[in-house]
Design a protein around this ligand. Sequence first.
Ligand SMILES: *[C@@H]1O[C@H](CO)[C@@H](O)[C@H](O)[C@H]1NC(C)=O
Ligand SMILES: *[C@@H]1O[C@H](CO)[C@@H](O)[C@H](O)[C@H]1NC(C)=O
Ligand SMILES: *[C@@H]1O[C@H](CO)[C@@H](O)[C@H](O)[C@H]1NC(C)=O
Ligand SMILES: *[C@@H]1O[C@H](CO)[C@@H](O)[C@H](O)[C@H]1NC(C)=O
Length: 388
Amino acid sequence: MLIVTMRLSVTNGLLGITLIVFPMFLWTTLYQTLLLPIGINAVGASPLCNGPAADCAFSSTFHHFKLEQTQNKLYSDDGVQPLDDKYEQEVAKKHENVSRVLSINETTADARVAMEQTNKSSTSTHLDDVFLSVKTTHKYHEARLRIVVDTWFRLAPHQTYFFTDKDDQELIKKTGGHMVNTHCSDGHGRQDLCCKMSAEFDSFLKSSKKWFCHFDDDNYVNVPQLVKFLSQKSWKKDYYFGKPSIPHPLEIKIAANTRPVKFNFATGGAGFCISRALANRMSPYVSDMRLVTLCGKIILPDDVTIGYIIENKCQVNLTRINEFHSHLEPLRNINPRTLRDQLTFSYGLSDPRPNIVPVPEPVLPNDPTRFMTIHCILYPESEVCKKT
Ligand SMILES: *[C@@H]1O[C@H](CO)[C@@H](O)[C@H](O)[C@H]1NC(C)=O
Ligand SMILES: *[C@@H]1O[C@H](CO)[C@@H](O)[C@H](O)[C@H]1NC(C)=O
Ligand SMILES: *[C@@H]1O[C@H](CO)[C@@H](O)[C@H](O)[C@H]1NC(C)=O
Ligand SMILES: *[C@@H]1O[C@H](CO)[C@@H](O)[C@H](O)[C@H]1NC(C)=O
């Protein structure tokens, strides 16, 4: 690669293209020839989803095959099977407590500090207008949530909620009670993930916030930049911001004997935001556990189902925002000089070669995800950065 680059450096114009295209090509080739067949990272929809491929596989080359397989099986059983009522009732009952948890009194000194920090960079939308929800599971409380709570959570401790499946006293304390036990099962199947997304969405609908932003537990969120970005748009208009993880719209058959539908979806692993106006319009398809039912009916993961509802039911298009980043893209392509402009980051540590953001040196010690280094570059005044 070095040789190729040096040769081309004579022709300046080509250099830029090579630097961008060649790593992308390498990544795609590597991904498709090596990673996909052995199933590593073949999880288009969500990093939480590392279970059976039938539920999870949404990589570009993968999903048609998998989807057809699952759907054919389904149709041969004579049509779409709705989830059983008992499951729904059970989950709905468990969710009763979710909204109660969310009515925690938020007015503390900490909240004011965080708000002041983002007030500087925002105009019409303020930090307090944004509902930041993070989907996780107790299995990742230690491995993934710790770094989130130590870094960007501090920028929005009163606007961020973690949706998980078990109580964890230490985290409840550390997050000021912002751990929401959804009582969804801790599996990684489609229904479990949809169950959590449903809890997230319902909580937002019941709040008075103006923007719903969903993230996964392996995301770093550049909160002030996100607030600044959202403040340039009106929450009274229909907006669906995010980044697709596949190059073309997904084309699927929702039910037997119907024409295929085509739609884009923002991959949950990069994070996405939905305006209040659009969320209200989605409500008939999503609220009160309807999302779980719909996921079950159309056999799609939660983030894909959200895309389907928005693009097909609400007729609103995804606005692609390049500054959202999931572990499904080659993160090494991010220009380290533009860290401040990015909205989210992620990481993939299980790849043969770690897929991480190329932060400038020095990298802080014990920082495999690079989140601590990113945080301390962006917010050097943060308490955790002064210690190191
Ligand atoms: C809801 O919370 C109450 C009080 O904390 C508890 O007794 C009850 O078991 C919870 N319900 C469910 C379904 O978890
Ligand atoms: C929340 O806290 C504020 C300030 O401490 C207080 O005035 C208010 O009554 C509290 N609200 C609730 C619902 O406890
Ligand atoms: C943030 O800005 C809004 C609008 O200017 C203001 O009402 C609010 O008090 C500010 N919050 C803080 C903590 O400075
Ligand atoms: C959404 O995208 C489709 C396909 O690109 C386009 O035909 C349609 O006009 C767009 N709709 C809106 C409301 O922008």
